[in-house]
Design a binder for this molecule. Structure first.
Ligand SMILES: [Zn+2]
Length: 142
């Protein structure tokens, strides 16, 4: 999934749980669950840069909405696993590698299924996921 999707869900989970360690654990766990949902990914660096800009925008909005440090920890933990994907793509581009280096995070290595869906449905599932998590947490904690 896009980093902004992982970050938004991790942010909400971290804010809901209100504990830094639990926020970190939930952020990482949410990454595995969200990667299993059919979605579209991107492979161009410009899309990754846009995705990170969207993460920054969501973070700024969350600060204005009063979210705390646990939310930030949850959000960062949720996007952290995709750092290995970004590093692999950058290495492949720089070194002109023909085969993809090994990935280690369970939803990237093949240990846990990684759902795929073409556009526009792959984006629709991500929007629906963020909305469903927001609705579920809102009704559970408010
Ligand atoms: Zn991932």
């Amino acid at each position: 999934m896009y980093a902004v999707t992982h970050f938004s869900v991790g942010l909400m989970l971290g804010q809901a749980v209100g504990n830094s360690y639990a926020a970190c654990a939930l952020g990482l766990a949410s990454h595995v669950v969200l990667d299993a949902i059919p979605h579209s990914d991107y492979s161009k660096i410009i899309h990754g840069v846009s995705d990170l800009a969207a993460v920054a925008a969501v973070y700024c909005i969350s600060i204005r909405a009063g979210m705390g440090v646990c939310a930030l920890i949850g959000g960062l933990a949720a996007i952290l696993p995709d750092l290995e994907v970004a590093i692999v793509h950058l290495r492949m581009a720089r070194d002109q590698l023909l085969c993809k280096p090994r990935l280690f995070f369970p939803s990237h290595s093949g240990l846990v299924r990684h759902g795929r869906l073409p556009l526009p449905w792959g984006v629709a599932t991500q929007i629906a996921t963020v909305v469903m998590v927001w609705v579920a947490l809102r009704s559970a904690f408010m």
